[in-house]
Design a binder for this molecule. Structure first.
Ligand code: GLU
Length: 389
């Protein structure tokens, strides 16, 4: 059987299930981790960026504390997570360091990906780590997450992180080697599904009943993760991590299911920015900025001529050209008060005015959608060669 080549993927999120990393009695499965990190280092050497979503904090903490063999109270498992997380991060750091890779621990709670402003903040931090060539090692902050506000499973957490970071591939490693037409433990006639083009209701039905004990954190959450990932343009692979070196195994043809990403992912996101949110403010820009936006650049404070409205960071703002027409909409990276202060300033001047080292862009190009060209179709823009102007 042909394997799935991983070399074309440039930003890869790998999620590792607890049972792979932690043995109830012996604790951390160090040899297994070593082999996985060897695999990851190969991807990095080939030029990919790798993000890790590692489960196992609670499981490892239980082993270290000798709390196995009974159900834990909430505060006990949160304490176990605290003990396990520090050991887990340490192990990742050590193994990555063998390949001269630096790692950075990132513990997130639900709001960090669901609330727009916190999402932008988490994204900026993780992309800074990647720029510094550090491998983010991510988990839910189980020690403080309360039951109402948790992801609860790292499959969906990994999908949120992967899409937030614009990863082109998410790999879910667990003891499950792929999708079957029915849960194979209950249906011996279940057939393996190697490729999924779209996660339709029929595909969802293959996971079985969400309420059952077997599917908790099982195929159901993996397909939920797949829906999040593929809708945003991230491919997903479900593969078994049981053998040492699971990424190599995927490439060599070990059983795995590939979920293809949706064909028009960016459009969906941009449609959301452009259409569904009411602008909370207005930002006027000069003609140079309009030109830069059409050339695919971010909106820098230098091109901003006025700021209007009482928006917060992460809100949608309308961007107005010198004629007062809407050139586009985007998610603003500053609160209105700060935006006013830095309007017209060069990037190098921002920190001095705000008193903190801020992001350069007023609206990042990833968070920006330009108005349809038709709106500007008959306008003449003096001295520019702006497309669509
Ligand atoms: N965050 C949990 C832990 O590290 C794992 C959750 C999961 O496996 O889905 O223990």
């Amino acid at each position: 059987m042909n394997g799935i080549s991983l070399s074309a993927y440039r930003r890869v999120t790998v999620k590792i299930g607890s049972a792979l990393l932690v043995d109830r009695k012996a604790g951390l499965r160090r040899e297994w981790l070593k082999a996985l990190v060897d695999d990851m280092a190969r991807l990095v050497a080939d030029g990919a960026e790798v993000l890790v979503v590692s489960s196992g904090a609670v499981a490892l903490g239980r082993t270290i504390l000798g709390l196995t063999g009974r159900t834990l109270r909430l505060e006990e498992s949160q304490a176990a997570a605290a003990v396990g997380q520090i050991a887990l991060s340490g192990a990742w750091a050590q193994e990555l360091a063998r390949h001269d890779l630096t790692s950075g621990q990132v513990l997130v709670t639900l709001g960090d990906t669901e609330e727009r402003r916190r999402y932008l903040n988490a994204r900026a931090t993780i992309s800074t780590l990647l720029k510094m060539r550090a491998v983010p090692v991510i988990n839910e902050n189980d020690t403080v997450a309360t039951s109402e506000i948790r992801y609860g499973d790292n499959d969906r957490l990994a999908a949120r992180v992967a899409t937030m970071m614009g990863a082109d591939l998410l790999i879910l490693l667990s003891d499950v080697d792929g999708l079957y037409t029915a849960p194979p433990e209950r249906d011996p006639g279940a057939l393996f599904v190697p490729v999924v083009d779209a996660i339709t209701p029929e595909i969802m039905a293959m996971a079985g009943d969400a309420a059952s004990e077997l599917s908790r954190g099982g195929m159901r959450t993996k397909l939920d993760a797949g829906r999040i990932a593929t809708a945003a343009g991230t491919a997903m692979i479900i593969a078994s991590g049981k053998e040492a070196g699971p990424l190599t195994a995927i490439e060599r043809g070990a059983r795995a299911t590939l979920f293809r990403p949706s064909a028009a992912p960016v459009r969906a996101y941009k449609t959301w920015i452009a259409g569904q949110l009411e602008p909370a403010g207005r930002i006027g820009v000069d003609i140079g900025a309009v030109k830069a936006l059409h050339a695919g650049k971010s909106l820098l404070p230098a091109g901003v001529t006025f700021v209007d409205g009482t928006f917060s960071r992460g809100d949608t703002v309308a961007i107005l050209d010198p004629d007062g027409r809407e050139a586009g909409r985007g998610l603003v990276a500053y609160d209105a008060a700060d935006a006013v202060k830095i309007a017209g300033l060069k990037t190098g001047e921002i920190a001095g005015v705000l008193g903190y080292d801020a992001r350069a862009a007023m609206v990042h190009r990833d968070d920006l959608v330009l108005s349809p060209p038709a709106r500007h179709g008959h306008e003449k823009v003096e001295g520019t060669d702006v497309e669509g102007a």
